[in-house]
Design a binder for this molecule. Sequence first.
Ligand SMILES: Nc1nc2c(ncn2[C@@H]2O[C@H](COP(=O)(O)OP(=O)(O)OP(=O)(O)O)[C@@H](O)[C@H]2O)c(=O)[nH]1
Ligand SMILES: [Mg+2]
Length: 375
Amino acid sequence: MLRIKLIGVGAAGNKAAIAAFEAGVIAEDELLLINSNLGDVPEAYKQYCIVLSDKVKGTGKERDIARKIAIEYLDSVGNNKVDSFVDDADLVCVVNSTEGGTGSGSSSVLYKYLLNVSNKNVMGFVFTGFEEDGRGLKNTVEYFKDMDETIALQIISNRKFLPLLGKNKLRAEKMANEEFVRRLAIVSGREMVESAQNIDRTDLLKIVTTPGYLMAEYMELTPPPQNMSQFNRLLEDMIAESKALPTNETAKRIGVIIDCPQELEKALDFSFTTLVSTYGTPYELFTHVQNTGVTPGICVLAAGMDMPLGEVQTIYRNFQKQAEKVSEKNDSFANAMKSLLAVDPGIGFNLPSKDKVTQEELLEKKQSFFDKLSK
Ligand SMILES: Nc1nc2c(ncn2[C@@H]2O[C@H](COP(=O)(O)OP(=O)(O)OP(=O)(O)O)[C@@H](O)[C@H]2O)c(=O)[nH]1
Ligand SMILES: [Mg+2]
């Protein structure tokens, strides 16, 4: 199992992180909340929360304000709780929405800090919201423009839960949080037990730290497939019901974890035709088969994929339409979008070395990080 530290940022991030704690997926010392005010945070969890600024109360959905107070907080000597919190983590997970101000704006700063100063592996989890109001759409596009492509990123679309629920957005948000908790459990490896065909800790770390977009899906194998075509049909259903945003077939690594009784194994297609045609031919395929006696199921991690730029472009176009309606012109933003589309993630194949930094190195890294940011 990986040692995960979880940081929930902004209202959505706080609630999702609390849900992970309450489900027992992370322990008390693995939970940190960050917000621009304590108003969103339930009484019992205020003790886990860092408030970024005592001067600014909320951001009014302005990402720039969130960025600024996040930088000020992280740069405040002697007052930064993030350093000691992440110290012993294999992987730092950061969860937030992209549509608000606090989570969307400060997570972008936090990723860079965790990567460059703390020297940690980072996985972002973002909720892309319901994609309805102009401000939310703009914040989402700006989030993707700012995002550091060397992290692993997972996306959960709140919008994709709505067809099941009519207009009940609160329920959709809650279900999105449950989806997050499930995916976090898969990433942590807590659902895996040793077996003959193993994904070990190093393999799992390699998969979940592959930079780029990561899709994590799961499906119960019910009714139990009798042959490979039934198995592949179940995988097709799993893919069709995905709550992530789709991308192209660019997975660098795929991990498959199957929990089933031995008599089901003959129905499994170990070349995973359906997965490969959806996610692409991976550079490395890892398979784990176990039999813990629970309902048979499959979890899939497809890592190192291209960001779902087509989906972000659609969000951008919807933003433009909304913006025209409210006659808001923003040419510099449009230009910035073009640079987003030209980004080359430069994904490598090796496991990056994440040696622990000494106190002196940490101070040095901080100094040069904030020097660069202020230029
Ligand atoms: N999945 C999920 N989404 C949520 C939840 N609460 C709010 N959202 C979504 O989050 C977006 C609004 O962002 P918030 O997280 O509330 O904003 P914030 O990060 O606190 O930023 P501020 O604007 O500064 O308050 C909308 O898209 C909401 O649908 C939640 O518990 N779960
Ligand atoms: Mg808020």
